[in-house]
Design a protein. Sequence first.
Length: 574
Amino acid sequence: MRWTRSLITTLRDDPQEAEIDSHKLMLRAAFIRKLSGGLYTFLPLGLRSLHKVERIVREEMDRAGALEILMPALQPADLWEQSGRLATMGPGMFKLKDRQERLMALGPTHEEVVTDLIAREVNSYRQLPCTVYQIQTKFRDEIRPRFGLMRAKEFIMKDAYSFDTSLEAADASYQAMYDAYVRIFRRCGLRTKPVEADTGDIGGKWSHEFMVMADAGEDGIVECAACAYAANQEKAERRSPAAPAILAASPPIQEIPTPGAHTIDQVAAAIKCAPAQLIKTLLYVADGKPVGALVPGDREVNEHKLKRALGCKRLELADEATIRKVTGAAVGFAGPVGLMSLPLYADAALQGATGRFAGANKDDTHVANVDLARDARVTEFLDLVVVCEGDACPRCDGSLRVVRGIEVGHVFKLGTKYSESFQAKCLNEKGQAELMVMGCYGIGVTRTLQAVIEQSRDANGIIWPVSVAPYTVALLLLDPKDAAVTATAEKLAGELEAIGIDVLLDDREERPGVKFKDADLIGIPFRVVAGAKSLAKGGVEVKARTSKDFQLVPAEQAAATIAGLVAAARQALA
Ligand code: ATP
Ligand code: MG
């Protein structure tokens, strides 16, 4: 491909709209352009890389035995009614009506459509196991679309769904997808870490996320310094500190005036205690009913854990009126003492807590000497906090640390959640109809592409792994008016193309410095310079994007030399 025919307009400066480096680089290197918030056009360079990622995904899905299908993005909302997700997906789902006033949705995911499909297509155990996949556009009305392709309103996902006759068979299908994911990300040149994950709105029993460790990541990842434990912070557990020895007799509860002290810090300052000595009491409404959550004052409630413990569909913080109604006090003065009719869920670290401070359920007042066992009725003690740096590992004696990550893929064991809704059954060997056991598996294809850049770049631009680079070789023709140089460059480009190495021939009438800068910015793995000077010295200059030095190679040997370098780079990712 000739640069002059290629629609590559690189940008010198960082675009205002971009916050993270990979997004800036995708714009500057002319991979994507913004249409509006969360909506992007792929330019030719971006689309070439995207197709390469898709190809790797396809090859590995096919290798794992999954069958490619293509389901409509536009779906009747009835299907979502049937699974009960029309309500739970809420405003995150794009909805519209057709001309018959029938409610439709733009698919944020495809469990409903695929389960309905397989329920009709499969009726015997002989047809199982069956895993189908598609690479297709998804729509999500994200609260905060940002970071370019990382969190878009419209994006490309590879989604796969497995159907099995038993839990054991489903485990094998899950493992096959897990292994395929490991290969896919490795072939894309991405270092990923599988972590235990919350099952969220999709529901189900067990799941792993494939994370790319990066400071720009939106997810917190908890990992143990000593063992292999790693989990999304939404799901991460900790070994709760041992319960403190219970005092023989706690002094009686005593009220302390704390006028105007609403936050933990304000209260701690007013009482002159450490935040950890306070019992933080938060009121929630779970499926319409109020509940209380108690955690040490210096910790945050993990709402995913609370939601799971309650088994509720909706959980939100109680509003001011509800708090006033339940506690009799303004926001900031709730406490466990005397809230006898309210179900209270407390973090395990509070079991046996004595001598604590808490809200008095009375305006501008807290209480001292709280003995939780004596003064409150806790429904359940459980691990309820957001895990922090330094917490104890739930699996070993190690301590936990928190890092940032980008979720590029997700594998779920779904069980029979959707097969129940759609009565997706098949006949077993005894001729009895049984629900199929499902799994679902997603890869954010467009997000993966950008994650590669987030992980592989330097001050000059992108550093593409050879497998997903838009072109493998940037051939810089420095003197396009010089017929001999042009002939050499064009011949080499032709030779490389003939052996399956794609070349971007920079034939612009530009200064060498501009061409060098652009080649680095776009991040093409190998750079070849053909100029009057280099030819006079005996050939063309060949250099990897990652190395400082070039080698001078006679023009007639250049194709073979480059082929060797490319083969080695490809091999390293195989
Ligand atoms: P997130 O937690 O980042 O919102 P998710 O858990 O909702 O993602 P899944 O339903 O697991 O996403 O979708 C599978 C994959 O699709 C994700 O692992 C991610 O790579 C990708 N993905 C999800 N939402 C978006 C988005 N808004 N833009 C781009 N990719 C996305
Ligand atoms: Mg996910």
